[in-house]
Design a protein around this ligand. Structure first.
Ligand code: FE2
Length: 388
């Protein structure tokens, strides 16, 4: 067995009804809380009220920053930081999907450091310090894994570039995962975020930094996604499916915190950076079919295993056949959850694919792949993903 490290400092509180513990949880870290969310809408309003009631009952004074947008920008982070400073916040609470949770992390950095969060990206010499405010996250989707990772993804519109703070200091102190909060998540967001769970688990499974520990969690997560995501998409009120998807998301988040993501996320991050209207899960689902075909030969055993998880008939086939047919199995999975999309459907012009390919190789994710793609390879993959 290879040597490996595993680190996970986030306290996880998982289960139905656990959101009611948010007040006492936050109160352990501070008394003046900045709550970070998207603007209220009818389905989420009861969650916000529940959270605020719990905070008040615990004696926590709350200011609510509710201006988070999908693919949060540096401007949004700065607006939230101003509110945190005005409120003299000593703890930040993100409630929502990846955008809200990542914004909360970035505010916790920007409110306590010189400059802006953008000055603390993973490749900079300056990194966030112990001054970073305590971070509590309540996830309302399954998910992005952000509630258990050291990553905050932000977009700089001026640079048309999406990047990340990546530092152990922004691991949430506590992550509350309450599947009951996910019962009202709309179908398309369930599918899109659920596909992200699959991508986190699978990319961690093939990642060179993977370990027996993350492999265990990744394979369990993929099994759960294969079994429950379609159910959750078709019947959002199915609490059992929501619960298992919340667990799959948590497992996949723990995986990416210790292994990481590969080429699909490299392309996906670039895509949402240039085209902010593209949801993260859409950016992944659109390129997965072509990437599966590009790489399944690079590790026949793993791709055969993947194929068999999604299509049990492949148990009878050889590894070579099962690996090849894993491509169709993933096609069917993507179609079943209503995520079969082409780049032209996402309004990404064909003549901009070269620039997108170049941007896809800026982050190092693409190197963590059994078959390392060249610029020309990525361009070809994008062309294959453009039209039906
Ligand atoms: Fe992701």
């Amino acid at each position: 067995m290879k040597n490996f490290d595993y680190h996970q400092p986030t306290e996880i509180r998982f289960g139905r009804g656990r959101v009611n513990e948010v007040g006492e949880t936050v109160a352990r870290f501070g008394k003046r809380c900045l709550l970070v969310t998207v603007t209220s809408f009818p389905e989420i309003e009861p969650t916000y009220e529940k959270v605020k009631d719990s905070l008040r009952a615990a004696g926590v004074e709350v200011a609510h920053f509710d201006k988070v947008l999908p693919n949060p920008t540096t401007d949004i982070v700065t607006q939230g930081t101003e509110m945190a400073k005005e409120h003299n916040a000593d703890v930040v609470l993100g409630v929502g999907g990846g955008s809200s949770m990542d914004t909360a992390k970035a505010i916790a950095v920007e409110a306590t450091h010189e400059g802006t969060a953008w000055d603390y990206l993973f490749f900079r010499d300056t990194q966030p310090s112990e001054k970073t405010l305590p971070i509590i996250e309540v996830t309302t989707t399954s998910g992005t894994g952000s509630n258990v990772t050291q990553v905050a993804v932000i977009t700089n519109p001026a640079e048309k570039y999406k990047s990340a703070i990546y530092n152990s200091i922004i691991y949430p102190d506590v992550s509350i995962v309450d599947p009951e909060l996910m019962l009202t998540v709309p179908e398309h967001i369930t599918a899109s975020t659920g596909f992200d769970v699959f991508a986190h688990a699978f990319e961690s499974y093939i990642h060179p930094n993977g370990s027996p520990y993350t492999d265990l969690m990744a394979t369990e997560s993929i099994h759960l996604v294969a079994k429950y995501l379609t159910v959750a998409v078709k019947d959002g009120s199915n609490l059992e499916a929501r619960t298992w998807m919340a667990w799959a998301d948590t497992l996949a988040g723990l995986c990416i915190a210790n292994a990481g993501v590969t080429l699909p996320h490299g392309i996906g991050m670039a895509m949402s950076g240039i085209y902010p209207h593209v949801m993260h899960g859409e950016a992944l689902a659109v390129v997965y079919p072509a990437i599966m075909r590009y790489r399944y030969r690079s590790d026949v055993k793993i791709f055969a295993e993947l194929g068999r998880i999604f299509n049990s008939d492949l148990v009878r086939e050889s590894n070579e056949v099962a690996a090849e047919k894993s491509c169709e199995a993933i096609d069917d999975f993507v179609k079943d959850i209503g995520m079969w999309i082409r780049l032209e459907n996402l309004k990404i012009p064909e003549d901009e694919l070269k620039a997108l390919a170049e941007a896809s190789l800026v982050l190092p994710d693409y190197k963590n792949h059994p078959r390392v793609a060249s610029l020309e390879d990525v361009y070809e993959l994008l062309k294959k993903s453009h039209k039906s």
